[in-house]
Design a protein around this ligand. Sequence first.
Ligand code: ATP
Length: 369
Amino acid sequence: MRLTSFKLTQFKNYDFQSVTCDAPLVCFIGANGMGKTNLLDAIYYLCMGKSYFNAPDNLIANHDSDFFRLEGQFEVNGSREHIVAKVIPRKKKELERNRIPYPRLSEHVGLLPVVMIAPDDTYLVSEGSEARRSFLDNTLSQIDQGYLGQLILYNKLLQQRNALLKQFGESRTYNAAMIEVYNMQMLEPARLLHETRAGFMEQFRPILQEAYTQISGAAETVDCTYRSKLSDTSFEALLNEAAEKDRLLQRTTVGPHRDDLVFTISGYPLKRFASQGQLKSFVLSVKLAQYQILAHKKKTFPILLLDDIFDKLDRQRVQHLLHLLQSQTFGQVFITDTEQDRLAGIIQQTGQHFLVYEIQDGTVNQITP
Ligand SMILES: Nc1ncnc2c1ncn2[C@@H]1O[C@H](COP(=O)(O)OP(=O)(O)OP(=O)(O)O)[C@@H](O)[C@H]1O
């Protein structure tokens, strides 16, 4: 799979910019704040229909504009895909595939698999369970449209159930039968989410462990397990047990929206016991494992976006990563960096055909070859 060219109109700090990128390795070089990450986010947006940073569309449109547009030419397994995103924040958002608008934006997810690796990926460990669920959901949604459909349905029902609980609390009333209607509708999507997540984590664990060994070169073992109350008790029983608590707190306190991933190093909680270096190796391994599993399931190599990671990783990990980029089969890779010399060294080591662009305040100029 390859992105051969893309165009940005009024996207963040870009007015209009067209970028040709028909090469296995594409590098964006420039000082801080010039717009390198924004280019990677534009690519991510074309693949996923939203920003990697979960930025709302009104913050994505250029400050001087009330709309933005992205266009990308992709090649996937021998066929061309022309993707256009047209967004008027808070008013209209349209995604087109080969000039035909998607009836639902979610239908686009999975067509163009993508993985972003960024320095602040440590949020996967440091933040609350929502970050880890998002990672899981992001990966599974790219693999399985059916999963994404059930996730959207579950979240909609959850929102409605919570609104009803709140309404009961405010009006000091309660209608168990109405809550039961939601309970019954949520059972099937919850079962499917749980089953898919559990099955996926069984496949993910050994791949993550292997990636960690390769990246860190270390002897310690890491682990990543799926934690869900639904593994021990049926959702129906959990909802019944929690009925009184839900009523008091005016929200649904059990279900797949409370699942988590537990990360450990040598059997201890990673968040508390890992060194900074081990933490960086771990999150990089999580993303590389995500890449591998997507490549396997989608039968194409996802686009890999490496944002500024060579600045933040130490020499040893950079070497391990480069070794991986050389030895394993990777698809198209986009790299941002602030230092031309460092980047030149990296390019040389990968031995790939490459394009390098210099980014200056929202303009993109090809500098080599
Ligand atoms: N909606 C927007 N309209 C105009 N400019 C924006 C918008 N959103 C972000 N920017 C600008 O984009 C720039 C940041 O771009 P980006 O994060 O891509 O930089 P970078 O080159 O990756 O820098 P770093 O190396 O520091 O990560 C900032 O100058 C910011 O003000």
